[in-house]
Write a protein that binds this ligand. Structure first.
Ligand code: C5P
Length: 238
């Protein structure tokens, strides 16, 4: 049985290993997964993952958002799998063939397809040249990308809490959904770049399996207490 705190993914969006480990030690009992993104991974590399594993039982999400030709993706995913992360992200526009490699399929690392970043809104999508019907109803675009991800062999996707209900309805409960853009009512994020936001309660009610919550926890006066409040809200939605 999953605990409410197991739903919380905390991104270690910090500059170096020392700062990251301060959060790992502080929050290891309060969250389900630590996310290592580009900033930290580029600086500290694979030893960062072993350091987290040595200090905590939480899962590890390597958020690389890989995007390249299928052959390069296959090779990169083999390397990523050897690091022992539980999850890794890819962009899946290039679709077919990306995840057909046996070594990748056999790895314990689950692959998540990024759909539409939660920092984008309809205006941005129109500017990018997408068809009007997809831009005006982003759920359609997210769903289209979710099918591409599923057909490419991904175990799940990243999307906003606003679209997750649709994805689950069409692709089934077992297809994992990670939702960033989470903003508890009590959080204030200065100059927020997230557009398609929901509360933890809404995300869980809509079917999210994991909630990526960064600045509301990281920048709060008491990150442990912020996790506890979030877990309480998640519990009320289960
Ligand atoms: O909660 P906050 O906005 O601070 O979360 C930021 C984190 O969420 C970053 O690590 C960012 O990479 C991640 N993110 C994501 N997918 C999105 C939007 C943000 O993984 N669509």
């Amino acid at each position: 049985m999953r605990l409410p705190s197991d739903y919380i993914v905390f991104p270690l969006d910090v500059t170096d290993r020392d700062e990251a480990m301060r959060y790992v030690t502080m929050l290891r009992e309060s969250v389900g997964v630590f996310k290592v993104g580009l900033e930290l991974f580029i600086k500290e590399g694979p030893p960062m993952l072993s350091a987290i594993r040595d200090e905590s039982r939480a899962g590890i999400f390597l958020d690389l958002k890989l995007h390249d030709i299928p052959e390069t993706m296959r090779r990169a995913l083999r390397s990523a799998g050897s690091l022992g992360a539980d999850f890794v992200t890819v962009h899946c526009e290039q679709g077919q063939g990306m995840l057909t490699d046996e070594a990748v399929k056999g790895s314990k690392t689950k692959i998540l397809g990024v759909t539409v970043l939660t920092s984008l809104n309809t205006g941005h999508i129109i500017e990018l040249g997408y068809r009007d019907d997809l831009a005006k109803d982003l759920r359609k675009l997210v769903l289209k990308k979710a099918f591409i991800a599923r057909d490419a062999g991904c175990h799940g996707i990243v999307c906003s809490g606003r679209e997750v209900g649709w994805v689950k309805k069409e692709l089934g409960r077992d297809f994992l959904a990670f939702t960033p853009g989470i903003r508890p009512k009590w959080s204030i994020v200065a100059g927020d770049d997230q557009q398609r936001i929901v509360t933890p309660y809404q995300a869980v009610r809509n079917g999210a399996d994991y909630l990526v919550i960064g600045r509301p926890i990281r920048d709060s006066k008491d990150p442990k207490e912020a996790c506890a409040m979030t877990a309480e809200e998640i519990a009320s939605a289960l």
